[in-house]
Design a protein around this ligand. Structure first.
Ligand SMILES: Nc1ncnc2c1ncn2[C@@H]1O[C@H](COP(=O)(O)OP(=O)(O)OP(=O)(O)O)[C@@H](O)[C@H]1O
Ligand SMILES: [Mg+2]
Length: 316
């Protein structure tokens, strides 16, 4: 058995407060749900936990509040086996919190208070330079300051570490950052923000992906309605969503990005990594909330052997 590959994850840590109910409240209104869940969240934490569950050693670069919530977040991360040497304590800002509302059809709304996550600095990143350089893959998202993301990506690039970017929450990005990214994984809304191209199907996802490649990213995998479109300089492929009973997509994108990072860190080809990621995302949609839904390696391999994932290679 080969050793566990090393992944560095830079990103946000939060506590998710989730309420599920038959329908979401309207603006100015209130509604009653039928279930409450409190759990670890934030894209950095989700990515690191997913990477460990999927078979990697994950080190998290983050800032966490020293309040009760922050201490609890660290306990949760530790229990999952995430390496916390690069987590910095933030005594002056509250630990991140996210309100998540999910309706009976799996549609959701989130409202977050980033708190300590917005204090992650370039200096914090430089302090963890060795751990980033020792990783095979760096996984980043956008819940922490862009300056910190850029510093980490530059460091990774210089050390020959591959960079996977999940560009959420949606925002426009500097071209110099895109040029250093090996694989970008936006969903449809994020792809539109980045490229101006509305993504509603495979063809429009392909156009948006081309735009990102022209601007310097190595490859793009866009989550479009019905599946994921993969485009690199060598190949184009469509990976349809797997037939599972989805209840909530919270954390599914995070599971996808982490699985992709783990598989790439195992030196798998991009398309193989994307298949693994597609299955990881599918499992994540079958369970409520982010953390509870983050899949384990055996579950992903089991799903891939149980159902046919009909990857369509080449342009449509
Ligand atoms: N049945 C399915 N099979 C495979 N993948 C699925 C299925 N349903 C959803 N997905 C995948 O789940 C992912 C959802 O990603 P997206 O980033 O939009 O999620 P999200 O709701 O923003 O959650 P997150 O907070 O994790 O990002 C996509 O990669 C999509 O392809
Ligand atoms: Mg997402």
């Amino acid at each position: 058995m080969s050793p566990r590959p090393r992944i560095a994850v830079l990103g946000g840590v939060a506590t998710d407060y989730l309420v599920r109910g038959p329908s979401l409240p309207e603006t100015g209104g209130s509604a009653e749900g039928d279930l409450f869940q409190e759990a670890l969240g934030g894209k950095g934490a989700n990515g690191a936990v997913a990477a460990v569950r999927l078979g990697a050693d994950a080190t998290l670069v983050a800032r966490v509040g020293t309040d009760r919530r922050g201490l609890e977040q660290l306990t949760w991360l530790e229990r999952e086996g995430v390496s916390l040497e690069s987590v910095v304590s933030e005594p002056e800002a509250p630990a991140g919190a996210v309100l998540v509302m999910v309706d009976g059809r799996g549609r959701k709304q989130t409202f977050s208070a980033p708190g300590a996550n917005h204090r992650l600095s370039i200096r914090d990143v430089l302090r963890s330079a060795e751990r980033i350089a020792a990783a095979k893959v760096l996984l980043v998202q956008l819940e922490v300051p862009l300056s910190a993301v850029q510093a980490a990506v530059r460091l990774a690039r210089a050390a020959g570490v591959r960079v996977v970017l999940d560009p959420a929450p949606a925002m426009t990005l500097p071209e110099v950052l895109l040029e250093d990214v090996h694989v970008i994984r936006p969903n449809a809304a994020e792809a539109r923000t980045l490229t101006g191209i509305p993504v509603h199907d495979r063809a429009s996802a392909s156009r948006a992906a081309s735009n990102l490649l022209m601007r310097g990213v190595g490859a793009a995998i866009i989550a479009a309605p019905g599946g994921s479109l993969l485009l690199s300089r060598e190949e184009e492929a469509w990976l349809p969503e797997l037939p599972v009973d989805s209840v909530d997509s919270t954390g599914a994108g995070d599971a996808f990005s982490a699985a992709l990072a783990v598989s790439l860190a195992e030196s798998q080809p991009l398309l193989t990594a994307a298949r693994f990621a597609q299955a990881a995302a599918a499992i994540a949609t079958t369970r409520l909330g982010a953390q509870g839904g983050l899949p384990y390696r055996d579950e992903v391999l089991g799903l891939l052997s149980d159902v046919q994932l009909e990857v369509q290679v080449g342009p449509p």
